[in-house]
Design a binder for this molecule. Structure first.
Ligand SMILES: [Zn+2]
Length: 307
C-alpha cells in the first residue's frame, strides 16, 4: 500500500469535479473512479449503474471486488457510520470503537488496493467531495484507514453552483432517483457553505503538503497552468494530460461511480473559456440573490470571489 496515493477531490457538487476527475484519469499512472462514496449504495440499487452502463456486478472493472452481497452491505454500512456528516463529531473526537475502525480500515484499504490494481495505477482519484454522505471521508481515509491522502479542494463561485442547481435541478432528481425537493435554493446554499467549510478546515488540518485549493474557473481559463499546479501538488507529472487538453482532445470516461449525469456521456472535453461566469448576480432571481448574499457571500469572498 505504500506506493498508493489517493487524490481526493473535496468540496461541493456542481463544481466541475467530474470533468477534472475524467481529465486526470487520462494519465497512464492515474485511475479515476468518480464519487466512490456511493459505490455500496449504488451497487445495491436496481437502477443505478456504473458509467459504462453495466450494473456493477457485471461491469468488467468492478465485478471482482466483492464475494457476495453481504460484503457490499458491510462496506456501505461502515462507510456511512464513519464518513457521513452526522458522524462527524464522533469522527473528530475519535469516538468510534476500535472494532469499527479496524473494520473500516480493512474494507477501505482492500477497496483502494483493488482499484489501483484494476487500473494499473498508483494514484487513485476519488471525487466523493464533501457533501452529506462524504463529509468526513478524506479525513477518515487518512487518519483511520492510514492511506496516503492528498486533498484537492475544488471550488467554484457559489452563485454559479446555486444557479446550476436551481436551473437544472439536482443530478439525482434528473436521473429520476429522488423527487425534487422543496427549498432547493436554501438547501443548496447551506450545503455549499457546509461542504466547503468542512473541506477547507479539515483539509488544512492534514498539513500544508496535503491540502491544495483550486478554482474551477481557473481550470477553464488556464487549464494547462492549473493542471501543472495540481501535478506539482500530487507529485505526478501531468504533461500527457496537459498536452491532450492543449490539443482540445476528448477524454474517455472510465468506470465512474456516483450521481453526475455527464459521466454517462462516454467522452468529455474541457470547455475552455475566459469568462466562465460573467454575470454572477444577475443570473440569479431576486430571492436567490438575497439568500446567497446573506448566507453564502462571506465564504465566497474568503475563497477569492469578488462581490
Ligand atoms: Zn463499469
Amino acid at each position: 500500500m505504500n506506493d498508493l496515493t489517493v487524490l481526493y477531490i473535496a468540496g461541493y457538487g456542481r463544481s466541475g469535479s467530474t470533468v477534472l476527475d475524467v481529465l486526470l484519469g487520462g494519465h497512464p499512472r492515474v485511475v479515476s473512479v468518480g464519487e466512490l462514496v456511493f459505490l455500496g449504495s449504488d451497487w445495491q440499487s436496481e437502477d443505478r449503474k456504473c458509467a459504462c452502463e453495466e450494473p456493477y456486478e457485471n461491469c468488467p472493472f468492478w465485478k471482482g471486488l466483492f464475494k457476495d452481497s453481504r460484503e457490499v452491505n458491510s462496506l456501505e454500512r461502515v462507510v456511512r457510520d464513519i464518513e457521513h456528516r452526522h458522524a462527524l463529531p464522533r469522527l473528530l473526537f475519535d469516538a468510534h470503537s476500535e472494532e469499527e475502525k479496524r473494520d473500516y480500515r480493512r474494507r477501505t484499504r482492500k477497496l483502494f488496493k483493488y482499484i489501483a490494481q484494476q487500473g494499473r495505477a498508483d494514484l487513485v482519484v476519488d471525487s466523493s467531495k464533501s457533501g452529506r454522505q462524504a463529509a468526513g471521508r478524506f479525513w477518515a481515509l487518512k487518519n483511520i484507514a492510514g492511506l496516503d491522502v492528498r486533498v484537492l479542494h475544488l471550488v467554484r463561485d457559489g452563485r454559479a453552483a446555486l444557479r446550476s442547481v436551481v436551473e437544472k435541478g439536482s443530478n439525482w432528481a434528473l436521473e429520476g432517483h429522488i423527487d425534487e425537493k422543496r427549498w432547493l435554493g436554501t438547501q443548496t446554499t447551506v450545503g455549499w457553505v457546509l461542504a466547503n467549510t468542512i473541506a477547507w478546515r479539515l483539509g488544512r488540518s492534514l498539513g500544508s503538503d496535503r491540502y491544495y485549493r483550486v478554482k474551477f474557473e481557473d481550470l477553464l481559463r488556464a487549464p494547462e497552468e492549473t493542471l501543472r499546479e495540481i501535478g506539482d501538488f500530487v507529485g505526478v507529472g501531468l504533461e500527457p494530460v496537459i498536452q491532450r487538453v492543449a490539443r482540445d482532445e476528448v477524454f474517455e470516461v472510465g468506470h465512474n461511480v456516483g450521481g453526475n449525469r455527464i459521466r454517462h456521456r462516454r467522452q468529455i472535453r474541457l470547455e475552455k473559456t475566459d469568462m466562465p461566469n460573467p454575470h454572477p448576480w444577475s443570473d440569479l432571481n431576486s430571492h436567490h440573490q438575497i439568500l446567497f448574499a446573506a448566507f453564502g457571500q462571506w465564504l465566497n469572498t474568503a475563497l477569492g470571489y469578488e462581490w
